[in-house]
Design a protein around this ligand. Structure first.
Ligand code: ADP
Ligand code: MG
Length: 683
């Protein structure tokens, strides 16, 4: 029977597969494999070629091979950690089967002395002898040696055999889908169809062949579908008309001229981009990206000033109260007296809060600062014209879209992030927004001197700190999570606090995961007011807060952090005009590789470069916790290694946008790659 299958087949339930019942379905669902399409990305890890049986003298080291051998001698050492071994041979040589966790009885059963047995696995070579460690496949039955057999990383309860069976079944029935890409794109991928590419992907000999054309095509599909959805969201936002703001540059420049610094070129450029959006007749939806300390706050406040001058209200949301307060105080300082500027705080009593809400609704407040509390339902604005969100990298696409709707019809949105990431990743994560980037740091900034120190040399560090304190400077001392356990985290920072307190009485305070938010604020305010000199903490101090007088940061156990994280931590100092220092402490000598990484940090203060290097080493998912941030990880595409594909996808999207092409043909692509939850009325 030849059923014409379309993409719907791929979205059907797993139970529609032969041999898959409720039990297997539930096991797979736990692994987020919900339909047939999801199973396509369950790729073989390796394979055993049972068709090729070899002789010992012809074995290829490092490859998976199958051989027929006779067990000759057991060795079961009684010492822990030493593996059990079985010496085996054929007429051409000897090989050892090594078992790290096989019991004697089991080993004797599967490898009985003197019998001809077939084993398979990866061939190793150690002390002049061939080895197979934990042979995967052991049998006396030579009829079983017939074909290639894929090995999968196993889901509990589902055997390799079942995986082979169901995946082969899917590949056999794989639908021929109508091609969604343009001819010019298809030429780039040697016209390989989606169907053929998937088949290639599952061929065991293609495992890990990331450079092959089938792989590139499939990676491109993933990237392209993401970009297409972003493009649709962008189009929708651009369709929304608003009352344009009228900007008075003379007034704006008066504010700028009163600052005690001059704006950098990048700050001026992005301010101009934002102003253009404010004046435009469609809603702004813009991301302002800039490394820590690049001076985003002032740019956003100038946008706020222009919006208020144009008759609108502005809301600025910060991740913490202390940061909200810092922005609020800056605004009070630089804006005209006649502006009504308020801070809404969790600490305010009912009456104070109610007062603020009433005044917001009556348009008696021009700018409101606060945490996420300013976007609660009960907060009603009279004429909200701009929402600014600081340090927002934890928002997903859906949350952002809601935000843009929430402000009402005339409201522009400006998001700010201090997470410098490579452009390909920005395009992916924030492709629904327009982008402004500040690359340059203020010229007055001195580079942060970065050193690494062994923990055993802590006395040197203490001496250094003594001098800094005498020079009236302040110090951050960061103790990272040692285990994923709050308890241990707590005790390590407490210990360090006690230790430092003995050396510097009355000069040390402690912040950790158990500090209440009220205590935390008091401590941070105390640090700002120079009530004490050393702040010991776990990594819970947010990046955005300005401590102009803190110019030393000591980071313990620095190898627990990725480069980007270290860079972000380091960005807490060096915000004033003094020169500053970052001391990375390590428990033991660094490996060559670790040294290379730390060198990048020592040589460069460019967050974009550092994050790129970091991602080359660790993969993009692990850097800066993107895995937790709710963005979907790609199954194949990699923003670092496939940057050419990202750029190609960007060009193709632009081409489609400019030519106003109908995008209906991409419906299967979007449905399959599950980006349709973001825009459900596409096509
Ligand atoms: P971030 O981009 O990390 O939010 P901030 O806006 O907090 O950085 O700025 C960090 C510090 O740099 C602040 O103290 C701010 O006053 C100062 N700053 C901002 N722009 C400039 C500039 N052009 N020249 C000198 N200092 C600046
Ligand atoms: Mg900031």
């Amino acid at each position: 029977m030849n059923i014409k299958r379309n993409y719907q087949y791929l979205l059907s339930d797993l139970t529609s597969l032969k041999g898959v019942g409720i039990k297997t379905t539930n096991l797979l669902k736990k692994k987020k494999i919900n339909n047939i399409f999801d199973l396509l990305w369950k790729l073989p890890k390796s394979y055993t070629d049972r068709s090729l049986s070899s002789k010992i003298k012809d074995l290829k080291i490092g490859e998976n091979q199958t051989i027929s051998i006779i067990p000759k001698k057991y060795s079961f050492p009684r010492i822990r950690n030493l593996p059990n071994k079985v010496l085996c041979s054929d007429e051409t040589g000897e090989i050892e089967c090594i078992f790290f966790n096989g019991y004697e009885g089991y080993i004797k059963k599967i490898l009985p002395l003197g019998k001809e047995i077939i084993v398979s696995g990866k061939i190793g070579f150690f002390r002049n002898k061939y080895q197979i460690t934990n042979p995967k496949y052991v049998s006396e039955d030579s009829t079983l040696i017939k074909q290639k057999h894929n090995t999968y990383s196993l889901t509990e309860g589902i055997s390799e055999k079942v995986y082979n069976k169901i995946i082969n079944q899917i590949i056999e029935k794989l639908p021929q889908l109508d091609e969604w890409h343009s001819n010019s794109i298809m030429e780039k991928f040697q016209n390989i169809s989606w169907n053929d590419a998937i088949k290639e992907l599952h061929k065991p000999e293609n495992i890990g062949n990331y450079t092959k054309i089938f792989y590139q095509r499939l990676a491109f599909d993933e990237i392209f579908s993401t970009f297409l959805v972003n493009s649709e969201i962008r189009k929708k936002i651009k369709k929304k008309k608003k009352v344009s703001k009228i900007i008075n540059l003379i007034k704006q420049n008066e504010i700028i001229s009163k600052l005690n610094f001059s704006l950098t070129n990048d700050q001026l450029t992005v301010l101009n981009e934002i102003n253009n959006d404010l004046c435009h007749s469609t809603k702004m939806f813009r991301l302002l990206q800039g490394d820590v300390g690049s001076g985003k706050t002032i740019v956003s406040l100038l946008a706020a000033f222009n919006s208020v001058s144009s008759g609108f209200q502005v809301a600025l949301m910060a991740p913490t109260e202390i940061l909200a307060r810092q922005h609020y105080e800056l605004a009070k300082k630089i804006f005209p007296q006649k502006f009504n500027i308020e801070l809404i705080s969790g600490k305010f009593n009912y009456k104070e809060k109610k007062n603020i809400l009433t005044n917001l609704a009556k348009n008696n407040i021009d700018i409101i600062f606060g945490t996420h509390a300013i976007f609660q339902k009960k907060v009603i604005f009279n004429k909200l014209g701009l929402i600014i969100i600081d340090e927002q990298h934890k928002f997903g696409v859906n949350q952002r879209k809601k935000l843009s709707d929430k402000g009402g019809k005339d409201c522009d949105v400006l998001l700010m992030t201090a997470t410098p990431i490579p452009r390909t990743l920005t395009m992916t994560m924030y492709g629904d927004m327009d982008l402004s980037i500040i690359k340059e740091k203020p010229k007055s900034r001195k580079p942060i001197k970065t050193y690494s120190k062994l923990e055993s040399k802590i006395d040197d560090v203490i001496k250094f700190i003594q001098n800094e304190i005498e020079a009236d400077n302040q110090i951050f001392w960061v103790c990272p999570l040692i285990e994923e356990s709050k308890k241990i985290d707590h005790s390590s920072s407490v210990k360090k606090f006690e230790y430092l307190k003995k050396i510097f009485p009355n000069q040390v305070a402690l912040l950790h995961g158990k500090t209440t938010s009220q205590e935390k604020e008091d401590i941070l305010n105390g640090f700002l007011n120079k009530d004490f000199k050393i702040l010991v903490s776990t990594t819970i101090i947010e990046v955005g807060i300005d401590f102009p007088n803190a110019n030393v940061i000591v980071i313990e156990n620095a190898n627990k952090f990725g480069l980007s994280q270290l860079h972000q931590l380091r960005g807490r100092v060096g915000r004033g005009n003094k020169s500053s220092t970052c001391i990375l402490m390590f428990k033991s000598n660094l490996s060559e590789n670790a040294k290379k990484r730390i060198d990048i940090l020592k040589k460069s203060n460019d967050g974009f470069l550092i994050s790129e290097e970091d991602m080359k080493i660790r993969g993009f998912g692990d850097v800066l916790g993107f895995k937790q941030s709710g963005i979907k990880n790609f199954k194949l595409a990699d923003p670092i290694h496939n940057s050419d594909l990202f750029l190609l996808a960007e060009r193709e999207i632009k081409r489609i946008e400019n030519s106003n092409e109908n995008i209906k043909r991409f419906k299967p692509l979007i449905k399959l790659y599950d980006r349709a939850d973001i825009i459900n009325d596409i096509a």
